[in-house]
Design a protein around this ligand. Structure first.
Ligand code: PMP
Ligand code: GLN
Length: 380
């Protein structure tokens, strides 16, 4: 293994899901729903397969039906206008979008500022691009970004900010004020910003997802990434997309064509239909997940965890210090045997190991009865 991948080993999600399979424990670790997405969308995929749409290489940037559906979605929810021919790129999930973006935009030695805890692929992709990550630590209980620290973290070598809101694993959702401050800094220091918005439709209570690209000065310096996995509960289909100004899309496409070239042929047609589902689908899904958040948050609180109630995503971050435990990784490795539940240690998503040492993440994208069963097991 080369030095750029030194220390990345096996992802925590794979490790914990394997542990769930081995022990038969309830898997609240890796974030995937235990119920598939809408029947109509599955039928659309079957129809595409049967009718021979997408069974051979689709066009490099994605099938036109999906690119247009992406731009219509950006317009319907955010009033944003993109050209489906030059400002959209379909990818193999958000994961490929992140990798291709880092490989396309970074020079060796560049610095990338990213919140920590960070989604694990950020660190690996920054490293594969030969760049250096500069973490900005989000701290309990609110996990709000320290905007002064962000300003101080920018140097002459800073090439881009890599943001994620709604934020995995903490559930923090950036406010308009925070986004405005970030946008002003990006303009002032001439930075690109890559925003991972895969949980764009999963915000709760008063939180609202605002795409950074909609703020003044950001239209030409933001790369927005999203994915069908989380919004439509088809994480296995790996359909993602990027929206950005044409020169940025062209740059990312150059890298992307040598990673996978293309992917997910028939599924692209199905997700084009999914993106056109009525508003009621999106609000209904959000309501459903809010209910699940409350079931699991209450269960974890009853079981003695300190619970940081998320404003978005389908994850709850907890602190196990309240249970007299210190080490999240050790705790998670023993939890399946002890309690029959799998969770993920946030500590692996921090460079500042102390900051996340006793944080554990639980996914609530599961059937209500499964969440109740997990909560009951943790109570014992
Ligand atoms: N970014 C974040 C923040 C995620 O939580 C995930 C996992 N869904 C991804 C990216 C990867 O998305 P995909 O499965 O579409 O590759
Ligand atoms: N995004 C999912 C999570 O955060 C995991 C995806 C993966 O396994 N790479 O749990």
């Amino acid at each position: 293994l080369n030095r750029r991948l030194d220390g990345f080993g096996t992802t925590i999600f794979a490790e914990m899901s394997a542990l769930a399979v081995r022990t038969g424990a309830i898997n609240l670790g890796q974030g995937f729903p235990d119920t598939d997405g809408p029947e109509a969308v599955r039928e659309a995929a079957v129809r595409a397969l049967r009718e021979g749409r997408g069974n051979q290489y689709p066009p490099g940037p994605g099938v036109p039906e999906l690119r247009t559906a992406v731009t219509d979605h950006q317009h319907r929810f955010y009033g944003l206008t993109f050209d489906p021919d030059t400002e959209v790129l379909v990818t193999a999930g958000a994961t490929e979008a992140i990798a291709a973006t880092m490989l396309a935009l970074l020079e060796p030695g560049d610095e990338v500022i990213a919140f920590e805890p960070y989604y694990d692929s950020y660190a690996a992709c920054i490293s594969m691009a030969g760049a250096t990550r500069v973490p900005l630590t989000l701290r309990a209980p609110d996990f709000r970004p320290d905007l002064d620290a962000l300003r101080d973290a920018v140097t002459d070598r800073t090439r881009l900010l890599l943001l994620n809101s709604p934020h995995n694993p903490t559930g923090m959702v950036l406010t308009r004020e925070e986004l405005t401050a970030i946008a002003e800094l990006a303009v002032e220091r001439d930075l690109l910003v890559v925003t991972d918005e895969v949980y764009e439709h999963l915000t709760y209570d008063d939180a609202e997802h605002i795409p950074l690209i909609s703020l003044p000065g950001m239209r030409d310096r933001t790369v927005s990434i999203s994915s069908a996995g989380k919004t439509f509960s088809f994480t296995g289909w790996k359909v993602g997309w990027i929206t950005a100004a044409a020169p940025l899309i062209a740059a990312v496409r150059t890298a992307k064509q040598f990673l996978t070239y293309v992917s997910s042929g028939p599924f692209q047609y199905a997700i084009a239909e999914a993106l056109r589902l009525p508003d009621s689908y999106f609000t209904g899904f959000r309501e459903e997940l809010r209910g699940k958040r409350d079931i699991l948050a209450d269960g974890l609180t009853a079981a003695g965890f300190e619970v940081f109630r998320p404003q978005g995503t389908y994850f709850i971050t907890t602190d196990i210090a309240a249970l007299g435990e210190k080490d999240a990784l050790a705790f998670c490795r023993g939890l399946p045997e002890r309690s029959g539940v799998v969770a993920v240690p946030n500590s692996v998503f921090y460079d500042d190991k102390e900051a996340g040492r006793s944080q554990v993440r639980f996914a609530f994208c599961k059937r209500d009865e499964v969440l109740r069963d997990a909560a009951a097991r943790l109570l014992r």
